[in-house]
Design a binder for this molecule. Structure first.
Ligand code: DQA
Length: 297
């Protein structure tokens, strides 16, 4: 089965799936992104939740509640004794907040996802949260991260796929895979190396293909034309020998070629940006650049 078929995307040409990362933070508006998205019309959007979700974490939300209560108190004209008593009460309220957090967290995550789906309309969405250790922006612990992703999967919103990193703790990884499969969402198992192109890239892909994931992705840093050609050759040599669709790319300037030509070697998706300022990985081209390069093939 091709990746297009698996993700139920219409097939308009023989080109790979173009996915645009959505990397908006909490203070940013969706409008300009949505407008460009509709103009440029890629196949999919990858919601990089790590750019925004931490702003709604338990610690951040408690700080907001606490600050609100403290500000209210500061405006009241109360004695030192009363103030001390009320401050102690705020601290007690923390326990109540913690007890209520799981339900609040579910509601917050659902609202956040609702905003994303409302903003990008009909475009299929890949859910990705990547921690700083995995090359992303997220600061959640592995457990918080897994809770976030599983909650998002169970939110009822129809994600087209979920992306998880191969380096994630195996038990947590399986928990996410099981949750995704329960609600019929395909899993992209990803491997990133932001420094080099590992010499054993083929073995890494074959190893990942043994896991119960539906799509395999490898993104590695290219430091030379040779690295990029190696990655393309590896892609060609393993794409047919694994049962899942494969996505590969060389990151960095040397790797740009792989984002254009990868599909000739068996990579079925390429990531591109709507404008040159919002890269989610080094070396990404714009959708317009990609189209131009394909016209010249
Ligand atoms: O895994 C990938 C590929 C990527 O790292 C790239 O190099 O284009 C960009 C990420 O947003 C995405 O999750």
């Amino acid at each position: 089965m091709t990746l297009r078929e698996l993700l139920q995307l219409p097939s308009t040409n023989n080109k790979p799936i173009i996915t645009v990362p959505l990397t908006l933070g909490p203070a940013e508006k969706f409008g300009p992104f949505t407008q460009k998205l509709q103009q440029q019309n890629p196949d999919m959007v990858e919601w990089r939740a790590d750019y925004i979700a931490d702003s709604f974490s338990q610690a951040v939300m408690w700080q907001q509640v606490k600050l609100g209560a403290q500000n209210e108190l500061a405006q009241k004209d109360v004695s030192v004794m009363t103030e001390a008593k009320m401050l102690a009460e705020i601290d007690n309220a923390k326990q109540e907040f913690e007890a209520n957090w799981p339900v609040m967290n579910q509601q917050i995550i659902k609202e956040l996802i609702g905003t994303v789906f409302d903003s990008i309309g009909e475009f299929p969405v890949i859910l990705t949260y990547r921690t700083t250790a995995q090359g992303g922006q997220g600061e959640m612990s592995a457990v918080e991260y897994a809770t976030f992703v599983v909650t998002a999967l169970y939110s009822g919103y129809p994600f087209a796929a979920v992306d998880i990193e191969y380096s994630l703790d195996e038990l947590l990884r399986q928990k996410i895979i099981d949750a995704a499969h329960k609600v019929g969402i395909p899993v992209i198992l990803s491997y990133h190396d932001f420094n080099i192109t590992p010499k054993n890239s083929a073995a890494i892909i074959l190893d990942m293909a043994k896991q119960s994931a539906d799509i395999i992705k490898l993104a590695v840093m290219s430091q030379s034309e040779k690295d990029t050609q190696y990655l393309l050759d590896v892609t060609k040599s393993v794409a047919a020998s694994i049962s899942q669709p494969l996505i590969t790319m060389s990151m960095g300037d040397f790797g740009k070629r792989s984002r254009i030509e990868g599909y000739h070697y068996g990579s079925e998706m390429t990531f591109a940006v709507l404008d040159g300022t919002r890269l989610s990985a080094p070396g990404q081209l714009t959708v317009i650049d990609l189209a131009r390069a394909w016209q010249q093939e």
